[in-house]
Design a protein around this ligand. Sequence first.
Ligand SMILES: Cc1cc2nc3c(=O)[nH]c(=O)nc-3n(C[C@H](O)[C@H](O)[C@H](O)COP(=O)(O)O)c2cc1C
Length: 141
Amino acid sequence: MELYCDYRPRSKRKIVEVEHNQKWMLTASMFIAVVADVKCRIKDQSDLYIDENSSEEEVKLIIRDTAIAIENMLLEADYLGLGTCWTGWYRQKEIRAVLGVPDDKYVCGVICVGYADEKPKQRPRRALEDMVYYDTWGNKR
Ligand SMILES: Cc1cc2nc3c(=O)[nH]c(=O)nc-3n(C[C@H](O)[C@H](O)[C@H](O)COP(=O)(O)O)c2cc1C
């Protein structure tokens, strides 16, 4: 996994352009793009290309592991008193071009980091009974 941190206004604007122009992103002080090194577990596939349409199992595991790392970064940022938003509304081809990320890597997310200007209430959460099965699939208590 690699991290690409940027806080320069020009680079941020270019990222926002490929993120469907979500202008609110520019209010964050810093972006962190988290990039999965797709070949870290698949050494023998030199021609591997991964984008939104890929289905390879190992690739999914690599992206899963990187997503876990992102989630931990969000938790740590929260612990440090920072606000974050995980964004991913881009096409790989476009975000790679903006960041100079090679085609054999996968941009798993761009995290906006800053100081929150609001303290939203906790959002309603689904009740556990609605989504938990016990022992076997479909079995509710
Ligand atoms: C993979 C992924 C991509 C996302 N991309 C965006 C995005 O581009 N723009 C956006 O406003 N929220 C995006 N979100 C949603 C926010 O990160 C966040 O999960 C959502 O606002 C709910 O936050 P909350 O659970 O703290 O209320 C994305 C979430 C995930 C997991």
